[in-house]
Structure formats: C-alpha cells, structure tokens
Ligand binder design. Structure first.
Ligand SMILES: N[C@@H](CCC(=O)N[C@@H](CS)C(=O)NCC(=O)O)C(=O)O
Length: 205
C-alpha cells in the first residue's frame, strides 16, 4: 500500500490528484506547516532526510521528488498508458518527459522568486525584473503549446498536465495568470476533472 506524506499547503496535492487519476489505493499522512516559518514539521525528516513533501512510501520503498514519484507511479500503475505514452514510442515519450520535468526544472524557480519577493514586502528591482521576464517567457511558452490543444500533449489529458496545472495555479495565486486567458481556461478544465475534485475532498486543501 502506498502512503503519501502530504504537506499542507503545497505541491503534494498534485500527487494526490495523480493517485486519484490512477485509481490507486493509498493512505494520506497529513502534515501542517509551521504558521510562522511556513516550513515543514521535523517529523517529515523521519521519512526522508530533506524533510520535504511529497514523499511516498510504497511498502518500505521511499521515493521523493515530484517528478520521480510521478514516473514511479506511472511505471507501476499506468500499464495501459492512459496517462503517459509508452517508451516504445520514443518521440512521444520524449515530448511527454520534457513536459513532465519542465515545471519543476524551469518554471517553478521564477514563480518561487516572485512569491518570496511578495512575502518579504521588500522591493528588489533586479530580482523582480528577472523573475517577471522569466515568468512571462514560460507562461507564453505554455500558452503557445496550448493554442489549439486542449491538453499539453494534444487532445487527451496526460500526467504532464498535472505539473503544468500546478504552475498555472501558482501563477494564478501570484496574480500573473489573468494576462493569459488560455492558461486560466486550461486550469479550469483540468480542475473540473472528477479526480481533482476527489483529491481536494480527500486532502482538504
Ligand atoms: N523538488 C522537490 C521540492 C519539494 C518541496 O520543496 N516541497 C515543499 C512543499 S511544496 C516543502 O516540503 N517545503 C517545506 C520545507 O521546505 O520546509 C519536489 O519536486 O518534490
């Protein structure tokens, strides 16, 4: 049985969503951030030395890092390739893998920068200029991919849409997605999926 170590509020809700899409039986262990520091509680370090979420425990096998967890869950539970292309279709698989790792690898950092700048309440022209430009680059890139496509790989939803939705939802919270109606419509489309609704109900985000 899979246990997901879920920290509220953060990216692990997106792993809950994937588990719901896959129809996997799982347990949730919920952690709360320290309200002053916003950091994870120390108990998470007993699961993994970094003390971050998400982390899954699959009968003693500990997997951390969202991208690695996603790949692991797909390898184990998406044998019909409903949410990811098979490796035998190398071109589609490479495209999928690129979109799977792009959110954490490239989009997250400038969004985090913006979040920290807002939270600090201290203007910083250089960092703000850098993050605004990078965010615009990535939002435009995603919007271009979605022009004429309902989902990131085309007509059908895949696990890559989960990570991209995470980025758009973060952009929305940070007040940048209003300039990108395509992205807001895409997020709304994904978040009307029964698996997302079940994830929210179960994880009480
Ligand atoms: N690169 C990691 C990032 C994990 C991460 O930073 N998680 C945040 C929650 S969204 C966390 O646990 N923060 C609490 C802390 O650092 O104390 C991943 O993709 O899973």
């Amino acid at each position: 049985m899979i246990t997901l170590h879920h920290l509220r509020i953060g990216r692990s809700i997106f792993t809950v969503w994937l588990l719901e899409e896959l129809g996997v039986d799982y347990e949730l262990k919920v952690y709360h951030r320290n309200p002053e520091t916003m950091r994870a509680p120390d108990d998470l370090k007993q699961v993994h030395p970094l003390g971050k979420s998400p982390v899954i425990d699959d009968d003693g096998l500990i997997v951390s890092e969202t991208g690695a967890i996603t790949s692991y869950l797909l390898e184990k539970f998406d044998q019909d390739h409903k949410f990811s292309p098979p490796r035998s279709d190398l071109e589609q698989w490479a495209t999928f893998t690129r979109w799977l790792h792009y959110p954490e690898g490239s989009v997250f950092t400038p969004l985090l920068m913006r979040m920290l700048l807002l939270r600090s309440g201290q203007p910083h022209e250089f960092l703000q200029g850098f993050s605004d430009k990078e965010i615009a680059l990535h939002m435009n890139h995603i919007a271009e991919q979605l022009a004429g496509n309902e989902f990131i790989l085309g007509d059908s939803f895949s696990a890559a849409d989960i990570g991209i939705s995470y980025m758009i939802s973060m952009a929305k919270r940070l007040g940048v997605s209003a300039d990108y109606p395509t992205l807001e419509a895409y997020l709304a489309r994904n978040q009307s999926r029964p698996a997302w609704i079940s994830a929210i109900e179960r994880a009480v985000e």
